[in-house]
Design a binder for this molecule. Structure first.
Ligand code: PNW
Length: 464
């Protein structure tokens, strides 16, 4: 067989980090154990109609009790790195009062077991499970929440700093702010542009304050993870479509990139913030805190966002100021989420970040897809679409490396099928299938495929 262009064996740089990711509320369960306090997701999941099927994270993958087995599985799959998140309400049940030693002890054990298995831990401090007690005091719309986050970050860092080198402060502040407080599709389910912009700023401030605390504590690698997406412009420079794409890009991408990496908000974002919330919540000095240097930028990439100018289109509440902009329906091929599959978008995104924000090493902290996986009678889960998805995106990541981008690693979302937020358990992103009746784990074909990718530090091409 000849080797086709695009199916060539591709090797990644030595030291490239391979792994898989999860988040606390999506896998741990044990929602009321060992002193854990309620989070906004416990509350939100109980709101009728909020989560598909009425699913909650009460049990999830029961990882809280099965962490030993899950780590053994990671070792079998040859994963060099594992990205997990720490549950704030386990560590500090009401967000501001006493620390809960039993909650901390769980992460202490988890990290020890990972290291014993030879797996490098990547810890995320906030993956959306805000203590409900803080939400009752205004949640992310209040500045105080950012101050409390920095305290909590210090507590976790003090415990794990001797064993965890890489820290992510906040996961996807856009989703937390604009789906949580804008469209209300995520917890806490509030629907106000004012609240969403305030939440976004306070999440950025939380990141900056925590970065200061971690740096002071000697943290080696501090990062922030953003959900980023190219917003292709369908028209010519300067026309209405171009302006639509630019505003959406500003709200989704530059609203977070510019404050952290350039110390300022983009003009179009400030206009919208001023219109919806005023600027009173942005204090002098905040941007200096938010732009504390970071060592690594985490990127969660799923798909581009397609927009067009469409007079009369109503505002999309996740994008305040988007009246007159149509969010175009995705075109096949689609994942089970209805999301388009577009690996080139990842290359484009990485190249653009490298060009517009030079000097920050990048890591893909999430990339992956949900498909309707079903175990065969033999217990094997055949998921060729996921293998195709991951293969395509790894080729796209490699193309960015070849273009000179400083990309340090790639973590699959997700290790396990898990609680997919508003979609509940029906959407399966795992390399490993989870049977929620008996909690059995079945590595999918993609898990075996990924083990081989890791073992050869790249893709074999179709002659392999
Ligand atoms: C990310 N959107 O969430 C999260 O970090 C994960 O916890 C999640 O399971 C994964 O991606 C898959 O959804 C997102 O609507 C949720 O744009 C929604 C969006 C983006 C990311």
């Amino acid at each position: 067989t000849t080797i086709e262009a695009g199916d060539r064996p591709l090797l990644f740089p030595p030291g490239f980090v391979w792994g898989a990711a999860t988040a606390a509320y999506q896998i741990e369960g044990a929602a009321r154990e060992d002193g854990r306090g309620p989070s906004i997701w416990d509350t939100f999941a109980r709101r009728p109609g909020a989560v598909a099927g009425g699913d909650t994270g009460d049990v999830a993958c029961d990882h809280y009790h099965r962490h030993r087995d899950d780590i053994a599985l990671m070792a079998e799959l040859g994963l060099p790195a594992y990205r997990f998140s720490v549950s704030w309400p386990r560590v500090r049940p009401d967000g501001a009062g006493p620390v809960n030693p039993r909650g901390l002890a769980f992460y202490d054990r988890l990290v020890d077991e990972l290291l014993e298995a030879g797996i490098t831990p990547y810890a995320t401090l906030y993956h959306w499970d805000l203590p409900q007690a803080l939400e009752d005091r205004g949640g992310w719309t209040e500045r105080d929440t950012a101050l409390r986050f920095a305290e909590y970050a210090g507590v976790v860092h003090d415990l794990l700093a001797d064993r965890v080198a890489t820290w992510t402060t906040v996961n996807e502040p856009w989703v937390a702010a604009f789906l949580g407080y804008g469209s209300g599709v995520h917890a806490p389910g509030r629907t106000s542009a004012r609240d969403a912009f305030r939440a976004a700023h306070h999440l950025l401030l939380a990141h900056g304050l925590a970065t200061g605390v971690l740096r002071e504590g000697g943290a080696r690698q501090i990062s922030l993870t953003l959900n980023l997406a190219p917003v292709p412009t369908p028209g010519a420079p300067g026309d209405a479509a171009d302006a639509a794409a630019d505003l959406v890009d500003a709200l989704l991408n530059r609203q977070f990139l510019d404050p952290v990496l350039r110390g300022r908000y983009p003009g179009p974002v400030l206009e919208q913030v001023d219109r919806a919330a005023g600027l009173g919540h942005i204090a002098a000095g905040d941007l200096a805190v938010i732009s504390e240097p970071i060592d690594l930028l985490g990127i969660n990439y799923y798909n581009p966002t397609y927009v067009a100018a469409s007079p009369g289109a109503p505002e999309n509440p996740a994008f305040p100021g988007s009246r007159g902009i149509a969010f175009l329906p995705a075109e096949p091929p689609l994942t089970a989420m209805g999301w388009p599959i577009d690996p080139d978008g990842l290359t484009e995104l990485l190249v653009r970040l490298d060009r517009d924000y030079p000097g920050v090493p990048l890591i893909v902290t999430e990339n992956g897809a949900a498909f309707d996986d079903v175990p065969g009678p033999d217990g094997r889960v055949r998921d060729p679409f996921r293998i195709g998805y991951l293969d395509g995106h790894l080729r796209a990541a490699h193309a960015a490396l070849a273009a000179g981008v400083d990309l340090r690693g790639y973590l699959v979302w997700s290790l396990l099928d898990n609680f997919e937020w508003a979609e509940g358990y029906g959407k399966r992103f795992g390399l490993v299938y989870v049977d929620y009746v008996d909690q059995r784990r079945l590595p999918k074909d993609s898990a075996h495929w990924f083990r081989d990718v890791i073992a050869r530090n790249g893709l074999g091409g179709n002659t392999a």
